[in-house]
Write a protein that binds this ligand. Sequence first.
Ligand code: GLY
Length: 572
Amino acid sequence: MRINHSRIGGILLKQRLLQIAGPLVLLLAFVFPAQANTPSASAVASAHPIATAAGHEILAAGGNAFDAAVAVSATLAVVEPSGSGIGGGGFWLLHRAEDNFQVMVDGRERAPLAAHRDLYLDKDGEVVPGLSTKGPLAAGIPGEPAALVHIAEKYGRLPLKQSLAPAIRVAREGFAVDERYKKLAGFMLKGMQANAETARIFLHNNDIPAIGHIIKQPDLANTLEALANKGHAGFYNGKVAKKLVKGVRKAGGIWSQQDLGEYQIVERQPIQGEYKGIRITSVSPPSSGGIALVTIFNILAGFELEEMTETEQIHTVIEAMRRAYRDRAEYLGDPDFVEIPSEKLTHPFYAAGLRNTIRLDRATASNSLPGVVLENAGQDTTHFSILDQEGNRVAATLSINYPFGASFVPPGTGVLLNNEMDDFSSKPGVPNGYGLVGAEANAIAPGKRPLSSMTPTFLETEDRLAILGTPGGSRIITMVLLGALEFAADKPPSNWVSRGRFHHQFLPDVIQFEPNVLSEEQQAQLKLLGHEFKQINRQYGNMQAILWQKTTNDVEAASDPRGVGAAIVEKH
Ligand code: GLY
């Protein structure tokens, strides 16, 4: 037997070193616990169990988080048509583990080229009710199909055809109506009945379908197949595009082939911030989400929330929300059209100035701050979060704006169009009843993207990572904030998604809150400070969240109990 003396010598030396260094290593391990480089499991949390299953199906087939994101987005378009779809758009926040590259894929809708500032005003300059919310005139040029192709081609590992397969299959085979679908269809019934194609697909005998009724969408399956086979051109050129333009124009809309042909996603740098050791990564304009979230956190960073009573905490958080929402309306819009002072708005010094205007013994009346009107922000939308076992992650919030969007489907396409044009200010620069001026930054212009509140977000400390987001119109940002504060307090994702919610958006100057979230006593105390209230008579939001605990390498996921979603963690 040949003995390698030098190796044995090396082993002895190592043993001796370990004897000396052992206690030191133990101490270091205690102070800096070992960090897992890759998660022990993958996780998908989405607003519908079939979409969550589609994500896991693609991960199990060898796809990464980005392929899974394509599958989940497209499947949500089929099984949750009230929230998002390929007739809409959204923001996909991506993190690639191998090089820590982060990007936001902006697949937000664009105003048609024939749109103009006064599109929704009558000859007297008054807003025509319903014009920016119902029918094809309300629809921006969809961005989701372009985003799915882009994500699959640039970041995915599987062919687009494979990632779209689950959605195509479910569109053909159908899905069962659940309680949530039934409720939202009831809410939008009149609008859906007004368009025969929409009613044919999404209603049953022109009425709200019963729970368990199967909705099949063969036209949508064909459109998704065209996308799968031809990529970008499968939707934006050729037969599908022709049918889209024809259907829109015939019903009074203004889309053209040029609008579809010109549509491109934009890759943008996410907004970054920090709150007490937590790195915040969120979306940049044309969503207001990231900037507003970071502004609020920067303001709060100067307070010791944990040392306050619950009422003091609520007051302080409300005052931070009030200021961030004022800035949102004043400054934010499509960055390709307006100069946005992002650096200033997310700078801790700027927040310090805002913080100095907060009094702990009194609410600041919104009308004592220079004011602008908050634009509409739709009530629906959807969110999903994904983590794969390589550590790639996606937070995506997608929308067609109102439930079932514009309630309009161009015949033969199966594509339910968004009413995202309503996210523009219809009447900027004109004082309203309060004497406040609407936001110029978000005025309608051809090819412009409307301002959004969608806030898909990553939060990261040395040892924990969170992926979260929610639908919910203008309340999205404050829901993500409240979820993030739970993360900051080291609570599990089940708390982030289920905690009671309150909200302030500068105007109207009221604290909005879910039933039973503010006790009588808290309301009385807050009233003494000068706050007014509006209890929302139903719960809101549908948060989908994932936590990766790097020290234990545990992965947890949670889906908002207010919805019917599914959060599933799986080792592949
Ligand atoms: N349509 C909802 C949003 O973009 O905020």
